[in-house]
Design a binder for this molecule. Structure first.
Ligand code: PGA
Length: 252
C-alpha cells in the first residue's frame, strides 16, 4: 500500500515571513488529514524557519535542490548534510527548470541522487517530455531514457526510497495538463520499467506522482488513477486553501 504523497514545490517564492504564514495556515487546514503525506519544499532561505515551525506536526520538509558533494569550493551550492541538519526528509532533483535553465544533465542528476541517498535523503526525481517530444510521439521513450539514466547503478533498496514525479514540461505553470488517463499510462510505464530493471516489489513501493498544473479542480481526477500516487504542485501550492484542497482530494 503506497501512502499518497502531496508535495508543494514553492520554487523561488516566499520570503521567510511569507513562508511561515503559509505553513501556519497549512498546519491548521490539513490537520485532520490522515494516511497522506504532506510535504512542503520552500527555498533554502526559509528551510530553517519552516523546519522549526513544523516540528511535531504532520507536515514534512523537502528542499528544491542540492549539490553532490559534502562540502568544498562550490560557490552558491548547498550540500546534503546541510539539508539533513535542517531535518529535510526529501530533496527535489532533476526538476525541468534545473535541467533547462541551469543546464543540469542526467549524469549530474544521477550523481546527486546517489549522494542524497548516501546521506539519508529521499530524492523526488522529476522527469518529463517537452512539447516537441510530445507532439512527435516520443513521450514514453524520452521518459524511459531519463529514468534509466537518472537511476543508473542504483540498488533496489536505494530505488525503493525514491519518489518519482512525471511532469510534462509543457504542463508546468501553463494551466494545461496531461489527461488523467495519459498520465496514468506514462506512470504505469515507469513502474513497469522499475519492475524490469529492479524488482516487482520495489516497483510496487515507489511512489510516482503527476505534476504540471495540478489544481483543486483537477486533482481528484488524477488521484482516481491506479498508478498515480500523488502530485507535485507548483503554483497551486502557494496558497494554503488551494494546497489544502489538493491534499484533501476526494476519492472518486
Ligand atoms: P505547476 O508546477 O503546478 O505550477 O505547474 C509544477 C512543478 O513545476 O513542479
Amino acid at each position: 500500500m503506497r501512502i499518497p504523497f502531496l508535495a508543494g514545490n514553492w520554487k523561488m517564492h516566499n520570503t521567510v515571513c511569507e513562508a511561515l504564514n503559509l505553513v501556519q495556515d497549512l498546519i491548521i487546514s490539513t490537520n485532520d488529514v490522515k494516511d497522506r503525506e504532506v510535504v512542503v519544499c520552500p527555498t533554502f532561505t526559509a528551510l530553517q524557519a519552516v523546519s522549526k515551525l513544523i516540528e511535531g506536526t504532520h507536515i514534512r520538509l523537502g528542499a528544491q535542490n542540492m549539490y553532490c558533494a559534502e562540502k568544498g569550493a562550490f560557490t552558491g551550492e548547498i550540500s546534503p548534510p546541510m539539508l539533513k541538519e535542517l531535518c529535510c526528509r526529501y530533496v527535489i532533483l532533476g526538476h525541468s527548470e534545473r535541467r533547462n535553465v541551469f543546464g543540469e544533465d542526467d549524469e549530474l542528476i544521477n550523481k546527486k541522487i546517489k549522494m542524497a541517498l548516501d546521506w539519508g535523503l529521499h530524492p523526488i526525481l522529476c522527469v518529463g517530455e517537452s512539447l516537441k517530444q510530445r507532439e512527435a510521439g516520443e513521450t514514453k521513450d524520452w521518459v524511459k531514457g531519463q529514468v534509466e539514466k537518472d537511476l543508473h547503478q542504483l540498488t533496489p533498496s536505494e530505488i525503493e526510497k525514491m519518489v518519482i514525479a512525471y511532469e510534462p514540461i509543457w504542463a508546468i505553470g501553463t494551466g494545461k495538463t496531461d489527461t488523467a488517463q495519459g498520465a496514468n499510462d506514462t506512470i504505469g510505464m515507469v513502474r513497469n520499467l522499475i519492475a524490469d530493471n529492479s524488482s516487482y516489489e520495489v516497483a510496487q513501493k515507489v511512489r510516482i506522482l503527476y505534476g504540471g498544473s495540478v489544481k483543486p479542480g483537477n486533482v481528484d481526477g488524477f488521484m482516481a488513477q491506479k498508478e498515480i500516487d500523488g502530485a507535485l504542485v507548483g503554483g497551486a501550492a502557494l496558497k494554503a486553501d488551494s494546497f489544502a484542497r489538493i491534499v484533501k482530494y476526494e476519492e472518486i
